[in-house]
Structures are given as C-alpha cells and as structure tokens.
Design a protein around this ligand. Structure first.
Ligand SMILES: [Fe+2]
Ligand SMILES: [Fe+2]
Length: 186
C-alpha cells in the first residue's frame, strides 16, 4: 500500500487556494473515486512503481541494469496513463468552463512531471548517485500532489459537473485508449 502523505507542498495553496489539493477525501470524492476506480488503481500502481524504482536504486547501485529496468517500467506506465488521460478526461474537462482551470493545472503538472522524470533518467544514465536521490525526491513530491489533486479534486468536480453516466463513458474510453496505446508499445 502506498504511504499516505500528511502535508504535500502544493504551490497553488498560496496563489489559487480554491484549487489547492485537498488533503482529505470527502463524501463526493468517495463517490467519484468509485466511478474513476480504474484511474485511481493506476495511480496506486504508479506509486508502487516509483517505490520499486527507489528500492532498486537503494539496493542495487552496483547493478545499473536493475534500476534502469525499474525506471523504464515507470516511464512506460506513466507515458501510457498520461496520454490516455489527456485525450479522454482532460479533453472533456477543458471543454467545460467549470472544470477548465483545474484541467489546465493538471496538464501543467504533467509537463512538470515529464521534465522531472527526464531529469531523473538523465541522472540514472550518468550514474550520478547524489543527483539521483535528489531527483527521486523531487519527482515523488510532484507526483504526490498531482495524484491527490486528481483523486480528491479533479475527479469529484468532473463527477459533479458531468454526472455519473458521462464520467463512466469517459472512463471506459480512457481504458480503451490506454489498452490500444499499450498494444502499440508491445
Ligand atoms: Fe491520473
Ligand atoms: Fe494525471
């Protein structure tokens, strides 16, 4: 099970407090989480893959192939999930005035996460041990905030604005798109 994070640092808490990531789940986020269960399950897998990479990093520093493989699995999973999210969930939420800003924030976070993961991969490829530790920490912080924002804020708002039927269709479409993307990568 992923470790719960007590107090993730969310930059929006200062500038746009109404969009800051809620730390606790609410009743509506529990309902939304049921509808968005396939995406939330993938979030748990992302957390586990990052944990697996951190463990590989800590225990196999002299076996670069092991940590490269763990990092490659994380990168591939993130790429497929995030692309499917862009073309289904975010595309629908960008089209709605009430959900647009939050979708934009989530897209900006994907870009920051991509950059942080590339930096981490660079450090791993160079065998730069100190940077690897720092960059894992940076990536983990960004990922924690992003996943909580989707689970506790974005999905509940989508559920509220679009309703359960449309959200269920959107989630089915997400699954189709991500399965097709996965087949292409195999
Ligand atoms: Fe997600
Ligand atoms: Fe996302």
């Amino acid at each position: 099970m992923p470790t719960p994070v007590e107090n993730p640092r969310d930059p929006l808490r200062e500038t746009e407090p109404e969009l800051a990531v809620p730390l606790a789940r609410t009743d509506s986020s529990a309902e939304a989480r049921a509808v968005f269960a396939p995406l939330c399950a993938e979030h748990d897998l992302k957390r586990c893959l990052l944990r697996a990479f951190s463990l590989a990093e800590a225990s196999t520093q002299h076996q670069p192939g092991v940590r490269q493989r763990a990092l490659g699995q994380l990168q591939r999973f993130v790429r497929i999930h995030d692309r499917a999210e862009h073309t289904t969930v975010y595309a629908a939420l960008l089209a709605q005035p009430r959900t647009r800003r939050l979708a934009q924030v989530a897209i900006e976070e994907h870009h920051a996460l991509d950059a942080a993961l590339s930096d981490l991969a660079e450090a791993v490829a160079a065998g730069a041990e100190q940077e690897i530790g720092e960059r894992i920490g940076r990536y983990r912080d960004l990922l924690t905030v992003h996943l909580l924002r989707e689970e506790n804020e974005l999905f509940p708002l989508a559920y509220q604005v679009l309703g359960s039927e449309r959200c269920l269709r959107m989630v089915r479409r997400f699954r189709d798109v991500r399965q097709a993307a996965q087949r292409l990568e195999e």
